[in-house]
Write a protein that binds this ligand. Structure first.
Ligand SMILES: [Zn+2]
Length: 151
């Protein structure tokens, strides 16, 4: 790990209203971070949307692990996965960034990351893939996957 000049944990997320990328201080989420462009709240206690045009920046821009869910609206197992991801995002707000990528609307990213079936969960640390889960998995299994990659 490279020498850090600060212990601050940050993430880069896209505003869900205007798509502007914002850098958010994750240790100050209780201050209610707002989008620098449109001033609407940046809500990180739930999954954020990932899009083709910014997914790589979001993945590499976080100092915390990033869990990316490649899903589609018509996929039954994806719908089963959704509440698990909601819970993880809420319980680990500030320690984990949960990103959901609609693979129908964003066809480039799944191809880029070698996603062959959905749902696929890919866990990144420092911009590098460290683990992935293909198909539905219960919450405990996802938690083990995240915790197993902890330093
Ligand atoms: Zn905005």
């Amino acid at each position: 790990m490279s020498a850090a000049t600060t212990n601050a944990t940050t993430a880069i997320v896209a505003c869900q209203f205007c798509d502007t990328l914002n850098r958010v201080a994750l240790d100050r989420l209780e201050d209610g971070p707002k989008c620098a462009e449109c001033a609407k709240p940046l809500l990180l206690d739930r999954p954020v949307k990932g899009k083709d045009e910014h997914l790589s920046k979001v993945i590499s821009g976080a100092t915390v692990p990033v869990l990316v869910d490649f899903y589609a609206d018509w996929c039954g197992p994806c719908r089963m996965m959704a509440p698990v991801l909601d819970e993880l995002a809420r319980e680990r707000a500030g320690q984990l960034l949960v990103v959901k990528v609609n693979s129908d609307q964003n066809p480039v990213s799944p191809q880029h990351f070698g996603v062959r079936g959905i749902p696929t969960l890919v866990l990144f640390r420092d911009g590098q893939e460290v683990n992935r889960q293909v198909g539905f998995a219960p919450k405990a299994q996802i938690e083990r996957m995240i915790d197993a990659s902890a330093r």
